[in-house]
Ligand binder design. Structure first.
Ligand SMILES: Cc1cc2nc3c(=O)[nH]c(=O)nc-3n(C[C@H](O)[C@H](O)[C@H](O)COP(=O)(O)OP(=O)(O)OC[C@H]3O[C@@H](n4cnc5c(N)ncnc54)[C@H](O)[C@@H]3O)c2cc1C
Length: 325
């Protein structure tokens, strides 16, 4: 049956397809409602499906995002099916402006799938960022960590399977399953809040594992609402707000006028001058970063990795404790 609903060919191409993330996770765009034109239509509260030119829509979408007029982008909705390790889910669920239905381990049998970081991701504790990692760990430490993970998981999986065989309630059998284990959910969120989620979670300061999910989701947004995606890259992802002190300092070295922007003659700022202006050492480091041109990934989806729902479901089913097939 034909639909009167607006559809986007690039989104239809991936709709219902499953994109693997990490070793056992995935993201699938299950449904979407609306696109860039709906942002414009909501902003103008206009009738019917308009005949505006793409360039006019683009100009408005960019204006709205630049000036944080965000309610029109709440009119576009996305529904995803995702599987992620539980420790990633704990970070993800902090984004309260979405609707979630998680797989119930009280009701369902949990697939015994656990996340194992690749060696490149196995790093030592960062010295500069307490929430981060830096520098590769020695290979023998990685091998021993994998051995210990496997041992723990084999134990946890076998205790879980044994309790199920003894007909222990699933809600109790699951209580010592580790947070490396994969869970799943349906996740519905509007474009405005999704872009906020992505700004925080594709950022290098977010944990690498959740960034991988963010990158795939960003590739999906790019297909559903390309103009909003572009405006988000330009005005959110690639931008950094300047603080009052930073603006003051920068205005001492460059000036803007009718003829453009130019450096003030011989102007420079020493570290001491920045400290005297009130910046902490950390803020000085952040200002230096802001002065670098941003490097933005393009978040293009790799369609060759897309699998169908049945293939993904089969993989999950195979990992359910075997005596319960
Ligand atoms: C790199 C990083 C490190 C983090 N580290 C920690 C940590 O150590 N410990 C920790 O607990 N969390 C941590 N978080 C989680 C973080 O504090 C936020 O909970 C999470 O990023 C969700 O952001 P949010 O509240 O803006 O998003 P959402 O929940 O999606 O909310 C979106 C926006 O809606 C508004 N909003 C939503 N609910 C309310 C409300 N009840 N009241 C007022 N306004 C509301 C706010 O403007 C908010 O920004 C971290 C997040 C990141 C990205």
């Amino acid at each position: 049956m034909d639909t009167k609903r607006p559809t986007i060919p690039a989104a239809e191409e991936i709709l219902g397809g499953y994109f693997p993330v990490l070793d056992h996770g995935f993201v699938s765009l299950v449904d979407y409602m609306g696109s860039d034109e709906d942002v414009e239509r909501a902003a103008r509260v206009s009738y019917g499906f308009g005949t505006r030119k793409v360039s006019q829509t683009r100009g408005l979408v960019r204006y709205l995002r630049r000036h944080r007029h965000t309610t029109p982008s709440e009119m576009v909705e996305f529904k995803f099916h995702c599987a992620m390790p539980m420790f990633v889910a704990r970070q993800w669920i902090r984004h309260r402006t979405a609707s979630v239905n998680e797989l119930s381990a009280r009701y369902s049998l949990m697939p015994l799938l656990f996340y194992t970081p690749q060696q490149e991701q196995f790093e030592l504790q960062s010295r500069s960022n307490n929430q981060g990692r830096e520098g590769g760990a020695p290979p023998e430490v990685y091998q021993e960590a994998v051995r210990r993970w496997e041992e723990l998981r084999a134990d946890a999986g076998s205790a879980y399977s044994w309790m199920l065989e003894e007909d222990v309630a699933r809600e109790l059998a699951r209580i010592d399953l580790p947070v490396s284990m994969y869970t799943q959910w349906y996740w519905k969120i509007d474009l405005h809040n999704l872009l906020h989620f992505l700004s925080l979670r594709v950022d290098p300061r977010a944990q690498w594992e959740i960034q991988q999910f963010g990158r795939v989701i960003a590739g999906m947004v790019k297909r559903v609402a390309p103009l909003s995606y572009e405006a988000w890259v330009d005005y959110d992802l690639g931008s950094e707000p300047l603080t009052r002190i930073e603006r003051d300092l920068i205005s001492r070295v460059v000036e803007g006028g009718d003829e453009g922007i130019r450096a003030r003659d011989g102007a420079a700022l020493s570290m001491d001058e920045m400290k005297d202006a009130g910046l902490s050492g950390r803020e000085i480091g952040e200002l230096m970063e802001k002065l670098h041109a941003p490097s933005i990934p393009d978040f293009e989806l790799d369609l060759s990795r897309m699998v169908d729902a049945d293939t993904m479901a089969e993989k999950m089913y195979e990992a359910v404790p075997s005596s319960f097939d």
